[in-house]
Design a protein around this ligand. Structure first.
Ligand SMILES: CCCCCCCCCCCCCC(=O)CC(=O)SCCNC(=O)CCNC(=O)[C@H](O)C(C)(C)COP(=O)(O)OP(=O)(O)OC[C@H]1O[C@@H](n2cnc3c(N)ncnc32)[C@H](O)[C@@H]1OP(=O)(O)O
Ligand SMILES: NC(=O)C1=CN([C@@H]2O[C@H](COP(=O)(O)OP(=O)(O)OC[C@H]3O[C@@H](n4cnc5c(N)ncnc54)[C@H](O)[C@@H]3O)[C@@H](O)[C@H]2O)C=CC1
Length: 719
């Protein structure tokens, strides 16, 4: 609702009330229309102030209404009537004004923001554009380049930046509403003509065509197939080149396309999924609202290789005291230098002081005796990890949380080496750990809810999107990656090239195709793991068994590449060629094409034409099938957990919502039918056999993804 009151004898105060963010749902919109009418028709009222309750101006349109019939007053005429009012209207912005909330403020004659408030037009992140005239008013107020930046990125800016841009008129350090009321009184009687933004001419831009062409090109390169950023540019172009009324019409047309697009649905799903996963639960019923964490002041990182360095930086930048331990002399010296550089670069970007003094380096485990939490990041070797966990348990004070950054290994085996196994959890960061947003928090059968709560809260403090998952080989993300990668290799055997597969995946929207990722992370990493698993045979093996391991189809292609010393970017040669070792510019390599032809000839394989569609279906449906298995096994609590892991950790295009949401969009019966087809053609690939949960969901009428958790409960009880 919106509450109306008369304050200071002459100011009509309209307070938006719709907790938690005062979103502009139908009831609020009705309330605003009624309140404005009251204020404008009351002769005692000389000016109007609009604010939000509980220190929050307005979080924008109510996103939950988007899938409904959206009854209630529309926003655009409401904002026009505010702007047209013959009494000054002032927005008092506390907390934040986002999307429709900022568009409401742009309809007012003046804007006053609290110094800690933030404002922005984040519609693009929801697959939309600011279609309550925001795309037309903002460029008229702050100029085209600044508006383009805000609208195409959706970034939230501080009150100080908003003031500098001319987006707000004044910044208040305290009591914004009182300040706004006094301000509203002070401007009574002043002409409002110059305050109605829709009447403004857009500040002229030299070479407007060139500017828009450049911006559009950049957006096309970076948006990975997302349509909203492009529509945002088109809308701002309309503001820059057309009269307001025509621009508004263009805004409406563009919005109509976006609003009904699958991309908007996917992005809005991601918005809510991110919030759903923060309300974690464990199969034993423990959950975020019943489990308390404990404050962490000092943490240790063990092993300062690729991951340990990033984790130490991320902890220090968050303000924790860190003891960083590395046993090998050279690594110790290299790590100190590398961490210092990372801190310096981070400080330069953020404008903060580099947190060098937060980190103490040591080569001795005794230095961590008084820490509250440890994150182990030594080599991926169970025997070593067990030894380290025994030592940690001996050295650390009782009650210290012991976490491992393992990417695949069994948390429970490490916990078994300690005196307090309930305090052991996985904290699986992604490389580079100080940059990547995802954190998988892995609970073993003995991990306590308190330990999970601590890891989840720590992740949140570090700015990570944390997802709690169960303990199995590869957890959620890496477990699902295996069938995807297997299919990519099988497709090479059947006639594809790395370029063809990568192009299909990149056109779909992945940041990088499977083979570019291999080259980036190093082909030798997987080779080492496969050797340990006994899968690697010299020369890839021969005869019939060469492409079978442990009874299932296996491609030795990756092993053969490693035998050639082709480890990817680091050696300048991998699935692509690079100008020099370490270079990132991947070029197709005729050697690889010949290598594949020889391999096929050796194994009697006849290359066939492979379509992009087949690449996507084989790679993605195999991955999705594993996702259903993960749900069936209770490793992830719901599809949202899997989707958020893929969007934030594996470069899955956000505008496609994550693998499970994508399956829901494609249609579960189609996914099932294609998997059945591929499974029949590849009986030696068990990961293509549709899993029970998928079959049961289809048999029960393919409920929408929002109903899967409920449906899963029934399926679980029958399995
Ligand atoms: C034929 C078709 C014709 C088509 C024509 C259609 C025309 C339609 C015209 C519509 C024009 C509308 C234009 C417009 O106004 C567009 C918008 O405004 S879109 C919304 C833009 N706003 C945002 O993107 C802000 C989203 N929110 C946030 O970023 C954060 O929540 C915020 C920074 C505000 C606060 O962060 P924090 O304190 O961390 O809280 P949480 O994020 O955890 O949120 C708390 C709680 O609130 C829920 N929530 C937040 N914002 C909204 C919202 N805008 N609507 C609904 N609900 C919201 C959030 O989900 C949390 O609740 P949970 O229960 O935990 O999920
Ligand atoms: N590299 C990656 O992309 C990712 C790796 N991980 C996991 O993180 C862990 C570490 O991986 P990386 O950083 O890549 O390995 P790395 O090989 O770069 O670094 C490991 C470091 O641990 C040190 N070390 C070994 N034993 C030690 C001990 N007893 N005490 C102190 N230091 C010791 C080594 O000297 C080395 O510097 C592994 O479990 C890995 O699976 C997780 C996510 C991503």
């Amino acid at each position: 609702m919106a509450q109306y009151s008369l304050v200071s004898g002459s100011v009509g105060l309209i307070t938006l009330k719709n907790p938690p963010v005062n979103a502009l749902g139908a009831v609020v919109r009705h309330g605003i229309v009624d309140s404005v009418e009251k204020a404008l028709s009351d002769p005692k009222v000389k000016s109007v102030v609009i604010c939000g309750q509980n220190g929050m101006f307005c979080g924008g349109a109510d996103i939950k209404e988007f899938g409904t019939d959206m009854k209630g007053p529309p926003l655009i005429p409401m904002f026009h009537s505010l702007e047209a009012a013959n009494k000054p209207v002032v927005a008092a912005i506390e907390g934040g004004a986002f999307g429709g909330g900022l568009e409401l403020a742009l309809g007012c004659h003046y804007r006053i923001a609290h110094s800690k408030a933030k404002v922005g037009l984040p519609e693009v992140t929801l697959g939309l554009l600011p279609a309550a005239a925001g795309s037309q008013r903002l460029p008229r107020l702050i100029g085209v380049p600044a508006a383009l930046n805000l609208i195409t990125t959706g970034r939230h800016i501080t009150a100080a930046e908003a003031l500098q841009l001319g987006l707000v008129d004044q910044v208040a350090d305290h009591n914004t509403v009182d300040t706004a009321v006094k301000f509203a009184q002070s401007v009574v009687g002043k002409s409002l003509d110059s305050r109605r933004i829709s009447n403004f001419q857009c500040p002229p831009v030299p070479n407007v065509d060139v500017l828009f062409e450049e911006v559009m090109q950049k957006i096309r390169q970076t948006s990975r197939g997302a349509i909203a950023p492009i529509a945002c540019v088109q809308a701002v172009r309309a503001a820059a080149t057309l009269p307001y009324k025509d621009g508004l019409q263009k805004e409406k047309e563009l919005m109509a396309t976006l609003f009904t697009s699958g991309q908007a649905r996917s992005l809005q799903y991601c918005f809510f999924a991110q919030r759903v996963v923060s309300r974690w639960s464990m199969p034993n019923g423990a959950s975020w609202d019943t489990s308390k964490g404990r404050p962490i002041h000092k943490a240790a990182v063990i092993g300062l290789g690729t991951m340990g360095r990033g984790i130490a930086v991320a902890l220090a930048q968050t303000g924790f005291s860190v003891v960083a331990v590395e046993t090998q002399e050279k690594q110790f010296m290299d790590a100190k230098k590398a961490v210092a550089g990372m801190l310096e670069r981070g400080a330069k970007r953020s404008g903060k002081v580099a947190a060098h003094d937060k980190i103490i380096y040591s080569q001795n485990l005794q230095a961590i005796a008084d820490v509250d939490l440890v994150i182990e990041a030594v080599f991926e070797d169970m025997a070593l990890k067990k030894r380290v966990f025994r030592q940690l348990s001996d050295v650390c004070k009782p009650g210290t949380f012991l976490c491992t950054n393992t990417s695949t290994l069994d948390i429970d085996q490490m916990a078994a080496e300690t005196r307090q196994p309930e305090l052991v959890v996985g904290m699986h960061f992604f490389a580079p750990a100080h940059v990547m947003k995802l954190l998988e928090v892995v609970y073993g059968p003995r991990s306590s809810p308190e330990a999970v709560a601590v890891a989840m809260q720590l992740g949140k403090k570090m700015g990570k999107v944390s997802v709690a998952v169960g303990n199995c080989r590869g957890f959620v993300g890496n477990r699902m990656l295996k069938p995807y990668r297997d299919q990519a290799y099988f497709l090479l055997e059947e006639g594809a090239t790395p370029e063809l597969i990568d192009q299909a995946l990149e056109e779909f929207g992945f940041a990088m195709g499977a083979f570019k990722v291999y080259d980036l992370s190093g082909l030798d990493v997987g080779w080492k793991v496969r050797k340990e698993e006994g899968l690697v045979l010299p020369g890839g093996g021969s005869g019939k068994s060469a492409r079978i391991r442990q009874g299932v189809r296996y491609s030795p292609l990756g092993d053969l590449m490693c035998e050639e010393g082709r480890f990817g970017q680091k050696t300048g040669r991998g699935w692509y060629q690079y100008d020099k070792p370490g270079s990132r510019d991947a070029k197709p390599d005729p050697w690889v094409h010949r290598f594949l032809e020889d391999y096929r000839a050796r194994h009697g394989l006849v290359a066939r034409r492979i379509s992009n569609q087949e690449v996507l279906e084989r790679c993605l449906y195999a991955m999705i099938n594993e996702g259903f298995r993960i749900l069936e096994d209770g490793i992830a609590a719901g599809p949202e957990d899997i989707d958020i892991i893929y969007v934030f950790g594996y470069g899955w295009p956000r505008h496609r919502g994550g693998p499970m949401f994508y399956a829901n969009m494609v249609g579960l019966p189609i996914v099932l039918e294609r998997l059945e087809h591929f499974a029949q053609a590849n009986p030696d690939v068990p990961t293509l056999q549709p899993c029970n949960l998928l079959r049961k969901l289809v048999a029960s009428g393919s409920p929408p993804i929002s109903k899967w958790r409920e449906a899963m409960k029934n399926v679980h009880s029958q399995l």
